[in-house]
Design a protein around this ligand. Structure first.
Ligand SMILES: CC(C)(COP(=O)(O)OP(=O)(O)OC[C@H]1O[C@@H](n2cnc3c(N)ncnc32)[C@H](O)[C@@H]1OP(=O)(O)O)[C@@H](O)C(=O)NCCC(=O)NCCS
Length: 179
């Protein structure tokens, strides 16, 4: 990791402490940075156009910034009474300091605010960090989608995971629009 991009754990903690002003709806002006960070994180990244389409389609998409630096983002979509978490990503330099946890908590608050009863997501079996992360946060494996992801050789399956809420009261975040 380049020192130029290193983010101090204290900075990440400060971002989490000031969440309401650091986490904003993803807008057109974010797309270039989001596309760049996505390419840095994934071997098979979403394109900038994929994010633009998500925003245009009205998906619930959020960015987390600190002093203008993009630290994390997520995209989710409400399908009936379930939120499908399509993308959750933390900048490599900011990982391991609780930001992913804070963003996943935010996803769940948004899901409850949208009256969803559960959150569904897919993850690559090879992504052991994300698998452990979701399992520690209450997500359970419910199935496999065969050949769901592109891979270096052919396709890779997806593990489908779901977290069902015990109740939908409490912890609601505002629905729609910037805080
Ligand atoms: C998966 C991902 C979102 C997790 O984000 P993250 O910011 O690293 O996650 P966190 O720091 O909240 O949690 C990871 C671990 O870091 C450690 N951690 C948490 N808070 C910490 C702190 N304040 N200080 C030091 N370490 C801490 C813990 O070991 C934590 O484990 P836990 O899950 O038991 O809490 C991130 O690794 C990522 O973006 N990966 C690449 C993209 C990806 O794979 N996305 C998912 C696709 S399905």
């Amino acid at each position: 990791m380049s020192a130029r991009y290193a983010i101090a754990p204290a900075d990440v903690s400060a971002v989490i402490a000031q969440w309401e002003s650091r986490c904003r709806p993803m807008a057109e002006g974010d797309l270039r940075d989001v596309g760049r960070l996505e390419s840095e994180i994934y071997s098979f990244p979403w394109s900038k156009g994929n994010f633009a389409d998500s925003v245009d389609a009205g998906y619930d998409a959020w960015v987390v910034r600190d002093d203008g630096r993009l630290l994390a983002y997520c995209v989710m979509m409400l399908v009936l009474d379930e939120v499908h978490l399509l993308n959750i990503s933390v900048a490599p330099a900011a990982q391991g300091h609780g930001l992913g946890r804070a963003l996943l908590d935010w996803v769940e608050r948004r899901a409850r605010a949208l009256s969803a009863l559960s959150v569904l997501l897919e993850v690559r079996p090879s992504n052991l960090v994300a698998l452990g992360f979701y399992e520690r946060h209450g997500y359970r494996r419910i199935g496999i989608r065969r050949g769901y992801y592109p891979a270096a050789r052919g396709r890779e399956d997806a593990i489908v995971m779901r977290k069902t809420f015990d109740g939908i009261a409490g912890g609601a975040a505002p629905v729609g629009g910037a805080p």
